[in-house]
Design a protein around this ligand. Structure first.
Ligand SMILES: *Cc1c(COP(=O)(O)O)cnc(C)c1O
Length: 483
């Protein structure tokens, strides 16, 4: 399998069509675009029939083999089996479901929750990040190289990256977070890690200051090359690929084994950077019978606006709301270019034109283009939810089904209600556990969320963090001193 850039670097010949491991450790393509498979592998009815009874790890291998052709099958199998274990994804709601990795809970006939938040950090980012950690370690060893991952986080991504990379050979993590801006639980999750290759840096400033430092370091080409600076952000293709697996898993769990394997299922996805739902789009392009992909946003509704109006208008930082589903607080959706590439018939010239406007701080409008009419062919619909809706939804789900959902899942649940159809199973993706957002749970339900036993008292553990001013040079010096 070879990969192409949404902005057309591959048009210059085969050298610009890298394979999976060539793009694993990098970010953007050299032309500023995002990588996608040259064509999507199609899944046959016979494969679907065969895959229905596979374990999560076996299913992951069957799917990833189609996208990863430059790792020997036996090595890939070992990596996948090491990743998707009941021991790593052990925080399941229902006892005994651990081997499912992503168990499906049926709330009522035709309405299901797919648990994606059973990993080490209790958010769905573990689903892909744990695989990434093992792939990185494998590929770095194969090349005899090292990498220093520099990132900025306001919560979920940073902890998922640290738990995936802890103890991995060849990898060091330098994670910037805004001092005092994360919850006590989030701080404890990250700062209590004692692994030598994990470095937490609390910046005296806001999340944007942390992000600016990451950008400043990445823009210093000499420093970046000398210190092998890398990233694990949501545009990383391996993360998207890993997320395709659970759409298949969820589809099998929500459909009957009637021998035909053509029953349609809708998925409702709490969305920020469009990584999760982009994987759903790719599963659908592979031939998985997905009826609708329901994109749910919070008050930061740049994507809902696009699917309602055909206008994509990234927001300014100052226009970005701080909400009670904070992992969806985005001003622009970094993976969105991947979907638009497919929408415009994979024409890189069209992407260069549209993102020429976006990258210059503007917007684009698909009204009056032939592409707008094609949106429905791709199954996308959307909706948004705000704080009061979130509280009401958490309450309703608790009262009706005795199940506690987190704030992001609540956004997806609420929008899912607007698109339910008789005879079409609806699967709501559960992307985090409620304990991560205890304050809002207390506001909604007047009680504390349950906390998995191995997180009891983590706030009292010793913490390792270096506090620094928002100064890129100081961060560079910190990294250089640890080589
Ligand atoms: C990251 C995240 C999301 C948003 O996912 P995207 O892939 O960025 O669309 C939703 N919910 C939770 C809990 C997250 O951590």
């Amino acid at each position: 399998m070879r990969y192409i850039s949404t902005r057309g670097a591959h048009e210059n010949g085969n050298a610009a069509r890298p394979q999976f491991c060539d793009i694993l450790l990098g970010g953007l393509a050299p032309d500023g675009g995002l990588y996608l498979p040259e064509q999507y592998p199609r899944v046959t009815a016979a494969e679907l029939a065969e895959w229905r009874t596979l374990s999560y790890a076996e299913l992951a291998l069957a799917i990833l083999k189609k996208f990863i052709t430059d790792i020997p099958a036996a090595d890939l199998e070992a990596i996948v089996k090491r990743t998707y274990t009941a021991e790593i994804y052990r925080h399941c709601r229902a006892e005994g479901d651990a081997n499912d990795i992503t168990p499906l809970t049926t709330l009522e006939p035709g309405l299901h929750l797919l648990e994606l938040s059973n990993g080490p950090t209790l958010a769905f980012k573990d689903m892909a990040m744990q695989l990434l950690g093992n792939l990185f370690e494998y590929e770095l060893a194969r090349r005899g190289e090292q990498i220093n991952i520099l990132g900025a986080t306001s919560g979920d991504t940073g902890s998922a990256a640290e738990y995936a990379m802890r103890g991995k050979r060849g990898v060091r993590v330098f994670m910037l977070s805004p001092e005092g801006k994360m919850s006590a639980f989030q701080r404890a999750q990250m700062y209590s890690l004692a692994d030598e290759n994990i470095h937490n840096i609390a910046i005296r400033g806001m999340f944007d200051d942390c992000q600016d430092i990451v950008k400043a370091v990445a823009n210093d080409a000499a420093f970046k090359a000398q210190y092998k600076i890398g990233a694990v952000n949501s545009i990383n293709w391996a993360r998207v690929a890993a997320q395709i697996i659970y759409y298949f898993k969820g589809w099998f769990a929500a459909t009957r084994d009637d021998g035909n394997n053509d029953e349609q299922v809708s998925f409702s996805v709490p969305s920020g950077n469009f990584g999760n739902i982009c994987a759903g789009h790719i599963a659908r392009m592979m031939g998985l019978p997905i009826r609708r992909l329901i994109l749910a946003t919070n008050e930061n509704d740049v994507l809902d606006e696009f699917f309602r109006t055909g206008i994509y208008r990234p927001r300014k930082t100052a226009e970005t709301h701080v909400t009670s589903s904070p992992s969806m607080d985005i001003s622009k959706a970094s993976n969105f270019e991947r979907f638009i590439f497919d929408l415009v018939g994979r024409d890189p010239a069209a992407i260069r034109e549209l993102w020429g406007k976006v990258d210059a701080g503007g917007a684009f409008d698909l009204n009056g283009t032939p592409w707008l009419a094609r949106l429905s062919e791709f199954g996308f619909v959307s909706g948004r939810s705000a704080h009061a809706d979130r509280l009401a939804t958490i309450r309703t789900v608790w009262q009706r089904y005795q199940i506690m959902i987190d704030t992001h899942t609540a956004d997806a649940f609420r929008v899912a209600q607007q698109y339910r159809e008789t005879g079409v199973p609806m699967v709501v993706l559960e992307t985090a556990q409620p304990v991560k957002f205890a304050e809002t749970i207390r506001e909604a339900l007047g009680r504390d969320p349950d906390r998995p036993a191995d997180f009891a008292g983590i706030e009292a553990l010793p913490q390792r963090v270096t506090v620094m001013d928002a100064d890129a040079d100081a961060v560079k010096a910190f990294i250089a001193a640890r080589m």
